[in-house]
Design a protein around this ligand. Sequence first.
Ligand SMILES: [Mg+2]
Length: 238
Amino acid sequence: MKQYGLILFDIDGTLTRTQNGFLPFNEAFLKTFGFAGDIRTVVPDGNTDPLIVEEIFAKAGRKLEAGEAWRQTFAVDLRDSYARAVEEGRTTVRALPGALELVRALGNIPGLYSGIVTGNFELTARWKLEAAGLGGYPPLGACGSDACDRADLPRIAKGRCEEMVGAPFGPERCVVVGDTPKDLEAARANRMKCVLVGTGRFSPAQLRLCGPDACLHDLADTDAATGALLALLQNPVG
Ligand SMILES: [Mg+2]
């Protein structure tokens, strides 16, 4: 049977795991905005970086300047802080088991495309994928720099993929792979399928309760993960 579809991967907790990521985030925050903010005071999982910054400002009772200028400055400072923290060994960014093998395996299936949907700014998303050994995989997508609301991102990623491929994908031919209930909400807001993976802060049992189309402990078993994704595309009406 011909496969034809789009798999949209979240990054943090799904393809990669960052340890002590709060260090570079907080350093970049101080550098860009001139006062101390702590990402640990907000819930980062499934959130987007622009909204995380807004929440930290709100908690501090400060007003964030309108416009886009701060985003670009902060994204550059954040990427530089990450690079420095990793080089100094204070922070680690690694691919989760099976992530590289899975995106490579999917890339070998004709008619199947992979992309990213992440709350990271594009600069940090690309940097994290590179740092984790996933540079170039997957190539397309949408990031926190494209929209603050995560639910807008799958649609943007789908549009970019359609432009590249030159053909439309029905939403039933798209699967979001993530590690939080917010990934599922973003998928459903776009009438897409969703596979949740228990490699983030939520256990598979907690994720299952949210009602994804499939739930995996991790991506370590490439055949099992590929099978779960293809099964959803072969039964697109659900
Ligand atoms: Mg995540």
